[in-house]
Design a protein around this ligand. Structure first.
Ligand code: 3HC
Length: 335
């Protein structure tokens, strides 16, 4: 009996030593890849904290794309022309596609899409604050495209170089499509800004409403951003939240002139010393309220997502039954 117990203990010690060696080799390889600014792929060893932070960011991002369909989908039936309707429909479909690429990227880290969806509809998962604001007029379709997709591009182009391969590669396609989204938003605003005085006012009001929430998309100020430092050290994020926000303001300042509109911020200026764009104060209390689920549309967005999930149950069942049938057929042919 004692001999058996000793054999088990020896075997456990050997396994544990082998695991330690594997972890040490894995960590050394991981450190080298990050230092060389190369890519980590799904089967590579990675620290648990790296996996966790990627899952945190990618699932948040995926949920944002899915919830982000709602403010615009709401306007498809009210678009002012057939052409505008077709363009808006294509854009909303693109967002669904982005969500799917991102859920797939997250799945390569070991998280199932079912679990991520369950967390979202249970109200346990984060998604971007911006989608908790209402789209009140047609001009909001312009402001969302121009400002919200514009902020998304500014944030996501550097993510094309994220150290995790599946995330970076997903971002390349996402950014190409976001670029079309931003242009369509700009063009809606341009047309309204050159329309009747009422149309121009509607465009200006929409820009006024979406400007500050768009700036908050980049996340809290650097001093209040617990994750940025480590994410940058791991080459997931390439720039800090404030750095990206400042770049975005600089881009918008130029573009708003072409629109013939203004940004609702009299404190925007280029700081010659730091060579950075600065903006007026943002209401970070409002941001934290939205993140805590108390924004203008949080409840409505989650309710709509739950309904859509329930309505889609028959599609998931049919797809699963079809996949099972196909797999049975493949096995029968192979036998
Ligand atoms: N909305 C909701 N949550 C936010 C947020 C925002 N605008 N900004 C930050 N947060 C959350 C973070 O997720 C984090 O929460 P957690 O610790 O519980 O996960 C917390 O606030 C602290 O923020 P940090 O700055 O420390 O967090 P990060 O380093 O992760 O930076 C981020 C935040 C800039 C949003 C980063 O996660 C990121 O770049 N994500 C990828 C891009 C993304 O998620 N985009 C969604 C925008 S919408 C979109 O792309 C759709 C398009 O069609 C418009």
């Amino acid at each position: 009996m004692e001999a058996n117990a000793q054999r088990d203990a020896d075997s456990q010690a050997r396994d544990s030593q082998a695991k330690d060696r594997q972890d040490a080799d894995g960590q050394a390889n991981f450190d080298r890849v990050i230092k060389e600014d190369s890519r980590i792929e799904p089967k590579d060893w990675m620290p648990d904290a790296y996996r966790k932070t990627l899952l945190r960011q990618i699932s948040q991002h995926a949920h944002s794309e899915i919830i982000g369909m709602q403010p615009e989908a709401n306007w498809i039936s009210r678009a002012p022309s057939l052409k505008r309707k077709a363009i808006l429909m294509a854009k909303v479909q693109d967002e669904a596609g982005h969500g799917l690429y991102l859920y797939s990227a997250a799945e390569t880290l070991g998280q199932s899409r079912d679990k991520m969806t369950a967390d979202l509809i249970a109200g346990k998962a984060r998604y971007s604050s911006i989608f908790n604001y209402p789209a009140l007029t047609w001009a909001d379709m312009g402001a969302i495209g121009w400002l919200v997709d514009g902020a998304a591009i500014c944030n996501q182009v550097p993510l094309c170089r994220a150290s995790y391969g599946p995330y970076g590669r997903a971002m390349v396609r996402v950014c190409k499509e976001e670029s079309f989204h931003q242009r369509q938003g700009f063009e809606i605003l341009l047309e309204l800004a050159h329309g009747t005085p009422e149309q121009k006012q509607m465009a200006q009001d929409a820009v006024n409403r979406w400007y500050a929430p768009a700036l908050m998309m980049f996340g809290p100020p650097d001093d209040d951003s617990p994750n940025s430092r480590q994410s940058m050290a791991w080459n997931i994020k390439r720039f800090s939240n404030d750095e990206l926000r400042s770049r975005f303001v600089g881009m918008m300042v130029e573009q708003v002139r072409v629109l013939g509109l203004t940004l609702p911020d009299s404190e925007i200026r280029f700081n010659e010393d730091t060579k950075k764009w600065e903006h007026g104060p943002l209401d970070w209390n409002e941001f934290h309220e939205v993140l805590a689920g108390r924004g203008p549309c949080n409840a409505q967005r989650l309710e709509r997502r739950r309904e859509a999930h329930d309505d889609g149950a028959w599609v998931r069942e049919a797809a699963a039954a079809y996949a099972a049938k196909q797999s049975l057929k493949t096995k029968e042919y192979a036998a």
